[in-house]
Design a binder for this molecule. Structure first.
Ligand SMILES: [Zn+2]
Length: 376
């Protein structure tokens, strides 16, 4: 298994470089990626000759990656946006992967040529036109994947609408303020059921047993398949948003809440939002657009987008929003919950950047009615 060996080499070098970095750092020797790479190559022939069995990138790149990871870590410390300190990679918990620079492989139709290995078939051929600058080979569940980095020349779309709001939810994957919906939920419901069963099965198995390993792999495959289907939808959505809108308003991800959340459905929608934010960050920026994140505690679902009246008692199961503010133009009109939320997010985003100055707020809520009733 060449891939496993190359990934093992990459992991070994990463761990070696990290240990060496930590040692030098404590000895105040100012370690750098370049110095570590050189140092490793000096002792390599004697101490680790087996690292020559695979592409040289498998042992070069980890040093460079480590350097980047430390730069990000130190910059994070300075700016207050904390990034994790680089960690050692374990055989079990870390994803097996290695990198190939563009001069270390060649692409053919449906296949890739790798040094010291030869041609390997790919399930799919490259869908993008552009200059290929690198490849990372990663093991996910039981499959090996090649992800290629392609430099693309972007064609700027001529006409773009001004702004759009996006609601990512439990019932529909995403809803736009235009009313368009992106679904994958019918599929998600069955998958979630299967996932719960697979999870239970895993926990019934004895730790360290063969059957547990089997159940673990089954669960990983299921997870992976779900992620793929979801990501496919998110890729299409983010490309559409980046191409058609100059301003994209979207909820921010609440990381603290994310860790606390143990409900599967909720955690999947949070993961979808996280993924979508990542995709948008690169695609929207690349096309000169702007993403406006609206705080997670902004009650987008509970607020009437038209007048700002709030339905405090709204439950997750309420799919239709009806404004109870008599002077509102959409008084008692049935509005789709997610569509209303997407519109609220859009207006909040526009308010945040000062394009509209009135907040959709302060008109009252069903709580006022309750208070009035209590008083009376
Ligand atoms: Zn209203």
């Amino acid at each position: 298994m060449y891939f496993a060996k190359a990934a093992g080499t990459a992991r070994f070098v990463w761990n070696w470089a990290l240990a060496e970095w930590n040692r030098q750092y404590e000895a105040a020797e100012k370690p750098t990626a370049f110095k570590l790479k050189k140092q490793f190559n000096e002792i390599r022939r004697e101490q680790f000759p087996w690292t020559w069995d695979v592409s040289k990138n498998a042992s070069d790149q980890p040093c460079l990656d480590l350097g980047k990871a430390f730069t990000a870590f130190f910059e994070g410390l300075k700016s207050g946006k904390r990034k994790g300190r680089p960690k050692f990679k374990s055989k079990k918990r870390s994803k097996a992967s290695f990198y190939l620079a563009h001069d270390q492989f060649e692409l053919g139709d449906h296949r890739i040529w790798i040094p010291k290995l030869g041609w390997v078939n790919m399930a799919e051929k490259l869908r993008f036109k552009g200059k290929v600058t690198g490849a990372r080979i990663t093991k996910t569940a039981d499959w090996w994947f090649v992800s290629l980095t392609v430099e693309m020349v972007d064609e700027m779309p001529e006409k773009r609408a001004a702004a759009v709001g996006v609601d990512v939810g439990l019932n529909r994957l995403a809803t736009l303020s235009t009313g368009e919906g992106y679904e994958n939920q019918a599929f998600l419901r069955t998958a979630l059921k299967k996932l719960r069963q697979a999870n239970k099965r895993l926990h019934r198995r004895v730790k360290g047993s063969k059957n547990r390993e089997k159940a673990r792999r089954q669960l990983a495959r299921l997870h992976y398949r779900m992620t793929c289907l979801r990501d496919d939808v998110l890729h299409k959505l983010s490309t559409h948003l980046a191409e058609c809108y100059a301003i994209v308003g979207i909820e921010d991800l609440n990381l603290k809440g994310l860790l606390k959340n143990r409900k599967l459905a909720r955690s999947f929608s949070d993961a979808a939002l996280g993924k979508l934010l990542d995709l948008l960050a690169s695609k929207v920026e690349q096309r000169g657009g702007q993403i406006i994140k609206v705080g997670r505690f902004f009650p987008s679902s509970k607020t009437c987008h038209y007048c700002g009246w709030r339905w405090e008692a709204m439950e997750l199961s309420d799919r239709v929003f009806r404004c109870q503010n008599k002077s509102c133009a959409s008084f008692q009109v049935a509005q789709d919950r997610d569509h209303n939320a997407a519109l609220c997010i859009l207006f909040e985003a526009l308010r945040l950047i000062g394009l509209i100055d009135q907040a959709v707020d302060g008109i009252g809520s069903d709580d006022d009615v309750n208070l009035a009733a209590d008083a009376g």
